[in-house]
Design a protein around this ligand. Structure first.
Ligand code: SF4
Length: 253
């Protein structure tokens, strides 16, 4: 079976590693379950900071009030268009998003010198004829690469260290523009409610064999997808899986 989207990406690799059957539902069947409010909030936050960085690159950055208005408008408009599963009520979710943005504007944005924002890159991986695609949140003038996360709980250092996302971005960047020395980091904003936003920065230094291991992993995942290997990998997180209803039905006699 060819790759359903014609390329492989970080989110496809992560989904397949988590559960091949989940990958099947999401990418082969193309089933789109309602989005949960945490993912939705992250998307709205990213939309607002993309606007901020784009205008900053053009020399007219948003002030705090304008950035808040961009977030609020995008949030309300998207609520009308999307099916969202609100585990936390809409008003509280919006307040938490506004608090993330306010924190970003005060403590992170002033020092950022954006060069590229939401930069989509794709390269063909030699040897396996597969296109790898990724969208980098932010590249700064010194070529540092940043990915922003919004979450309810703090990240552990091992979570940041073990994520292959930054290795993928660096590989895409180096293959697209030539290798450069660059700082790689995750900026993690976390809060359970609007009153208590905290922030972590994780600088990532990939191991010398990180790219080799990444390419091996991609080769393995692509080979399994091509071979139609989509078993159900039951795990403690099945209860949070957006396909759990479908999965149970598939298994019932
Ligand atoms: S419920 Fe569990 S086993 Fe079923 S698709 Fe989701 S992650 Fe996989």
């Amino acid at each position: 079976m060819p790759l359903p989207r014609g390329y492989i990406s970080h989110s496809q690799i992560r989904t397949y590693k988590e559960c091949p059957q989940k990958y099947y539902y999401a990418y082969v069947e193309g089933i789109k379950p309602p989005i949960n409010e945490k993912v939705f909030l992250g998307e709205m936050f990213h939309a607002a900071i993309e606007k901020y960085f784009t205008l900053k690159i053009n020399g007219t950055p948003l002030d705090d009030d304008s950035a808040a208005a961009v977030f609020s408008t995008a949030f309300d408009a998207a609520c009308q268009e999307r099916e969202i599963k609100w585990q936390t009520p809409r008003r509280e979710t919006k307040e938490r998003g506004q608090a993330f943005l306010q924190y970003f504007m005060r403590h992170i944005a002033p020092a950022v010198k954006p060069l590229m924002v939401e930069k989509e890159l794709s390269v063909e991986i030699p040897g396996i004829d597969v296109v790898l695609k990724g969208v980098i949140d932010l590249v700064e003038e010194d070529f540092s690469i940043t990915d922003f996360k919004t979450t309810t709980s703090k990240w552990s250092p091992s979570k940041a260290r073990n994520s292959s996302q930054m290795v993928i971005y660096k590989y895409l960047f180096d293959r697209s523009f030539g290798p450069v020395q660059a700082c790689l980091k995750y900026e993690v904003l976390y809060a359970k409610n609007a009153a208590n936003v905290r922030h972590q920065t994780f600088s990532i230094v990939p191991a010398p064999d990180a790219v080799e291991k990444l390419l091996q992993l991609i080769g393995h995942v692509v080979e399994n997808i091509n071979g139609g290997v989509f078993y159900a990998n039951e795990n403690p997180f099945c209860r949070y899986c957006e396909f759990s209803g479908l999965c149970r039905k598939t298994k019932s006699p």
